[in-house]
Design a protein. Structure first.
Length: 134
């Protein structure tokens, strides 16, 4: 019996359309799917995006954004861990020669990492909106 790719991974890939900008030249690193040879670039792209997410988290930790917001901080950390897990699954699938699964895992990891990198800025926007609305 053939195993199906978990639905959450497919949803992660589909969520690319909802993570904000995904085109090269806009804020943040470009996604590998935009590259001339996405399969060659995807593993490196995931690492770059995870690094970006970790950098954004650390920057906003230093600024005190998560003071009294441990739940938000933990969610971002969990998203980064999830991206790393998907990255590892992508590497394992690639090593096993299953590029179909590897592509899905890597692109889902990119989506999760990119979303995690944007979360501190979305939190800032939410806090500004809440403050403006009283």
């Amino acid at each position: 019996m053939k195993r199906n790719i978990p639905a959450f991974i497919i949803i992660g890939v589909i969520s690319l359309a909802f993570t904000g900008t995904v085109n090269a030249g806009e804020e943040g690193p470009a996604l590998s799917y935009l590259a001339q040879d996405p399969e060659r670039e995807m593993a490196e792209s995931v690492s770059v995006l995870i690094g970006w997410a970790q950098g954004e988290l650390e920057e906003h930790q230093d600024e005190g954004l998560f003071k009294d917001r441990a739940r938000d901080e933990q969610l971002i950390q969990d998203m980064i861990a999830f991206a790393k897990d998907l990255q590892a699954k992508g590497a394992a699938a690639k090593k096993a020669g299953d590029m179909r699964k590897a592509r899905v895992y890597y692109h889902a990891a990119e989506a999760a990492a990119q979303y995690a990198a944007r979360m501190p800025h979305m939190l800032e926007a939410r806090l500004r909106k809440n403050k403006a609305n009283g």
